[in-house]
Each structure stands twice: as structure tokens, then as C-alpha cells.
Design a protein around this ligand. Sequence first.
Ligand code: GFB
Length: 311
Amino acid sequence: MEKDSKIYVAGHRGLVGSAIVRALENAGYTNTIKKTRDELDLLNQEAVSEFFVTEKPEYVFDAAAKVGGILANKDHPADFIYQNLVIQNNIIDSSYKNGVTKLCFLGSSCIYPKLAPQPIKEEYLLTGPLEPSNDAYAIAKIAGIMMCQSYNKQYGTNFISLMPTNLYGPNDNFDLESSHVLPALIRKFHEAKKTNSPTVSMWGTGSPMREFLHVYDLADAAVHLMNNYDGSEIVNVGTGEDVTIKELAELIRDTVGYKGELVWDTDKPDGTPRKLLDVSKLHSLGWKHKIALPEGVKETYNWYLKQVNVK
Ligand code: GFB
């Protein structure tokens, strides 16, 4: 990408898209295109097609997606499969038809089989059954990968696919029903501390293991790979390190300064037991994460505090 290349970041208000815009602007890219949902409905094929014909972006980061935590995925599978398929189909096909130089598609670590050997290598894709709590979302993301690979094969496009691990950071969703675990726990401990609540209810058993990557690192990796990786093979983006949900909860509890107890609600789902990414390919492409989990949690909590204080 040249510093004045026309770069469209789809989903620029979300966790990932906002971090990609930030990374691009910090690196001196001056020509990013951003469209809010009101300006461009990515579910509308005609509107997306018209946007690409008019704007003719040279590079595209597809960070627009319907995302959510374990319960949102479990309760709304139709929304997750439909919206993700439609959004990514519209963006990928329009990118091809309008001669986009390169596109970066973002998937998720939940595309891998539920019981994949750990750490998960890229080649384990489609080698076993998916985790049922997010299979609809995973199938949509797998279709996105296949779209990019098929367009590369048939039309000679340069569409790359990155598979980020669980992400967190500024602009995350902190809604307690639909969010991922990390923002949910920041909010739960913060509110419990403020109200002097003696206990905080956690979902599941606390034993599942998860890998967490700060979204600023993910954005940095996406820009790096856009500039340094060409290929149809997917690339895992993570830290290569994981913690139990219990360990995460204790870290967030201590960061927030909550003194009460954790209570585990085992009626809530655990999800997949572990999904640690093998990041050797990413490292061989010259990129490694910089933000350690304790530092990232602290920074995200500070961001959250600023949000709640201005409200
Ligand atoms: O982050 P999370 O919702 O998604 O949950 P997944 C991770 C783990 O944290 C699960 C536990 O074992 C939850 O039971 N947990 C404990 C909580 N307390 C809470 C809480 O208050 N809220 C939430 N949300 N979890 C998602 C997929 O799976 O990961 C998506 O559903 C996507 O498709 C995303 O791939 C990255 O890591 O289990």
C-alpha cells in the first residue's frame, strides 16, 4: 500500500475496524474511506455495488461482521450466519468486479474443529466437527475464506484471509448479554465494586482456556500482512499464549480492584475447551504481538472508565 492509496475499511466503527483505521492513520496512510451504516448498508447488494463503482477503492479491509460472545452466538445463529454471509459476499464480489488490488478478510479462531489438536495450525481447518455454540458463525467465516480462495484461483485476485484469536480493546461491546468474556468481566467487576456487591456471577466453570489479543496488535498485524503477505492460505493471528477463564477473571478482578468473590454459574455454556492458535507462520512472516495481557486489560479498563464517566 502507498501512503496515498485509497483504502476502504468496512466496519470502521467496530472493535476491529476502528483499530485498523487508527493503525493506518498512525502509519501515515492519508486516504482511508469510511462509511457508517446509515451511509452504506452492507447487507444491501445494490448499495455495496454502487459504492464500489463510485469510490473504486484500491485496498479493502473487511472488518464488518455480526459478532458476539458465546450466548449471542448460541441464541441468534440465524442472524450470525445470514448477516455475515451477505456482508462478506457483497464486499468480496464487489472488490473483484471493481479491480481492488488487494483485500484482507478477517475470520476467527472458531472456524477450527472443536477438538483440534493444540496449538491449532492453519491446516487443521475442516478436519473435524465445529463447536456447536458458534457453528453458524464459523460456517459463514469458512465460506468467506473459501470465497477469497476461489476468487484468487478463478480470477487471479489477491485476497488474503487472517484468523484472529479472541480480541479485546477499545470500542468493544460491553453489553452483558451479547459481549465476549473480557469486556463483560471488566463491566461486571467495575459495577460490583461501585455497588459493594459481595459476589460476581461468572458464566460456566472457569476451566476453558482462551487466548486474547489486543485489537491494536491485530490491526498492526493486518497492516503488516497487507504489505508483506500474498497467498490464499489462511494465517493465524494471535499471541500463542492462553489462560483459563478463571485466571482471566482473577486478573480483571485485581486490575479493577474488586475485593469480593467469584461465583460460577454452570447453567451457562463453557463453549470449546481450548482454542490456542499456532502462530509460527505469523512469526515467520515477521510479526509478533507487543501488548501483554495484563497491560492490555489495564489499558482497556482505563478506556472503559473514560466511557462510563462521560455518560
Ligand atoms: O468470550 P466468550 O463469550 O466466547 O466466552 P467464546 C469465553 C468463555 O468465557 C466461555 C466464559 O467459557 C464463557 O462461558 N465466561 C465467563 C463468560 N463469564 C462470562 C461472561 O460474563 N460473559 C461471557 N461472554 N463469557 C466466541 C464465539 O466464543 O468467541 C464467537 O462464540 C467468536 O463465535 C469469539 O469466535 C471469538 O470464546 O467461547
